[in-house]
Design a binder for this molecule. Structure first.
Ligand code: ZN
Length: 187
């Protein structure tokens, strides 16, 4: 099969700090955007990651792809999955999102980013959110999310605003993935 994946840009690239622009319905339905979505999906799967925003492949557009697969969590304990409220999320596309935080509850967990490859750190995020957006067919959709899925949505929508998780991190606990596995997970 032809490799349609795209390189993922890393922190320091100005495209990650720009505000991405929304798409018109015509643009969403265009062959170029449909192809870009397929490329983003393949890129996210290859990484692998649970979400990818268009700025991460160098396109300043309000497009996000998300999918959390059960197989990604085989190394995560049942207890850790439970406290994170992490469950599989089927593949879907989020375009022109408007995110609303729907609770005062926050939770802090380590998270990483494909554009800050190899590092993680604790980030405080709202426990539940609502996202109004368009899907890949340019149809209006409302996503209601809590737990880990709400975290993924907040992380990805931040990308469209030029915000990275390192901006919100408890930076003293910023760590390489290797050291996270050695020193944090072992606690
Ligand atoms: Zn990211």
């Amino acid at each position: 099969m032809k490799d349609i994946t795209l390189p993922i840009v890393q922190t320091g690239n100005p495209v990650l700090r720009a505000k991405a622009r929304p798409l018109t319905k015509e643009e969403i339905l265009s062959p170029a955007t449909q192809q870009l979505i397929e490329q983003m999906k393949a890129t996210m799967h290859k990484a692998p990651g649970v979400g990818l925003a268009a700025p991460q492949i160098g396109q300043s557009l309000q497009i996000i792809v998300i999918e959390d697969k059960k197989e990604y969590t085989y190394s995560v304990s049942a207890k850790d999955l439970e406290i994170r409220e992490r469950a599989p999320v089927p593949f879907h596309v989020v375009i022109n999102p408007i995110l609303t935080i729907t609770t005062d509850n926050e939770c802090e967990f380590y998270e990483g980013c494909l554009s800050v490859a190899g590092f993680v750190g604790p980030v405080n995020r709202a426990h539940s959110v609502k996202v109004e957006c368009l899907n890949e067919k340019a149809k209006a959709t409302t996503l209601i999310a809590k737990g880990w899925y709400a975290r993924i949505l907040q992380h990805e929508v931040d990308h469209l605003n030029g915000v990275l998780c390192i901006d919100k991190m408890d930076i003293k606990n910023f760590t390489t993935l290797e050291n996270y596995q050695q020193f944090v997970l072992q606690q």
